[in-house]
Design a protein around this ligand. Structure first.
Ligand SMILES: Cc1cc2nc3c(=O)[nH]c(=O)nc-3n(C[C@H](O)[C@H](O)[C@H](O)COP(=O)(O)OP(=O)(O)OC[C@H]3O[C@@H](n4cnc5c(N)ncnc54)[C@H](O)[C@@H]3O)c2cc1C
Ligand code: FES
Length: 280
């Protein structure tokens, strides 16, 4: 059992938790993820390591409440326990030798982008960050990004905070104005990553994306997380989650991502109803 050391609501649909997991904390690196089960009957879900404290033995997760399992996890409080917390899994983000990068995060993808920005900042790399949200109420991790970045641009779809527009707009401006990035890291919805890659391509800047297909075992056994990258089949859990954005088949990933939508909606409705009955 793994204890929830702290719980913080970051916005109405995004929660941060620190979990006591010393063995995971000891080895975790930016870009890796864990797989958890809320209880013995629960499904396994992957979440990125959003931070860790090796001395305290804690690992931070930040999750958006999108369905049955994240809903159940969000019902847990500080001091409660979750059944399983396995990791770190996947490859760490490769940051060696980078001098100037742009980190682009979208929505809850910012929770995955932040440790990458922090790691690069700590190793002396100049980090320009661009983070985007649908509106002001959904903005998360602004102060944390500020501390890890030389410059930070916040974009909202409706202009209610920061600048109105998409994350690709300031990125395109920076590239047109001659920003010399060694690499761009894009982490967020598939469609956002697809268009960040399309923006970067004419300038020839290497662009790394973090892929989040449905995962089951997280160890390369089930094939659930397969993607086509450069015409070859890759498993996001062991070959990634980071991939060269120029080579990823985003259209296929988007179509596979929608496969279980009806089943997931049904599970979410069932879990919410069960919870409501328990409360009544
Ligand atoms: C490597 C990786 C890292 C991730 N990191 C984060 C993170 O830091 N924060 C965060 O909020 N989300 C993250 N996700 C997505 C997260 O795993 C899903 O939101 C979660 O599994 C949803 O479960 P649910 O039962 O609440 O929702 P469901 O209703 O079951 O699903 C909602 C959506 O979540 C995705 N999803 C569902 N089950 C899985 C699964 N087993 N594996 C992957 N995706 C699934 C699908 O896109 C689905 O349409 C990550 C996914 C991967 C693969
Ligand atoms: S999650 Fe099963 S192969 Fe990747």
């Amino acid at each position: 059992m793994y204890k929830i050391l702290s719980k913080k609501v970051l916005n109405p649909t995004v929660t941060q938790m620190d979990i006591e997991a010393p063995l995971v904390a000891k080895k975790a690196q930016a870009g890796q993820f864990i797989i958890l089960r809320v209880d013995d009957a629960g499904e396994r879900i992957p979440l990125t390591v959003a931070g860790f404290d090796r001395e305290k033995g804690s690992v931070r997760i930040i999750f958006q409440i999108v369905g049955a399992t994240t809903f159940k996890l969000n019902q847990k409080q500080e001091g409660d326990y979750i059944a399983d917390f396995v990791g770190p899994l996947g490859k760490a983000t490769e940051t060696t030798g980078l001098k100037r990068v742009c980190v682009v995060g979208g929505g809850v993808g910012c929770a995955i982008a932040l440790p990458v920005a922090q790691k690069l900042h700590e190793q002396g790399c100049q980090v320009d960050s661009i983070i985007g949200f649908r509106n002001k109420d959904l903005v998360i991790l602004e102060d944390e990004f500020k501390s890890a970045s030389k410059s930070l641009k916040i974009m909202t779809d409706d202009g209610s905070y920061g600048q109105k527009g998409l994350v690709t707009e300031p990125l395109k401006n920076a590239l047109e104005n001659g920003a010399e990035y060694d690499e761009i890291f894009a982490i967020g919805p598939l469609v956002m990553m697809k268009f960040v890659v399309a923006t970067a391509k004419p300038f020839g800047v290497k662009t790394t994306v973090s892929m989040n297909p449905v995962m089951i075992d997280g160890t390369g056994m089930c094939g659930g997380c397969r993607l086509t990258v450069g015409g070859e089949t890759k498993f996001a859990c062991v070959d990634g989650p980071d991939f060269d954005g120029y080579l990823v088949d985003f259209d296929e990933a988007m179509s596979r991502g929608a496969t279980y939508r009806d089943f997931e909606r049904h599970a979410y409705e069932k879990t919410c109803n069960l919870f409501k009955k328990e409360v009544e």
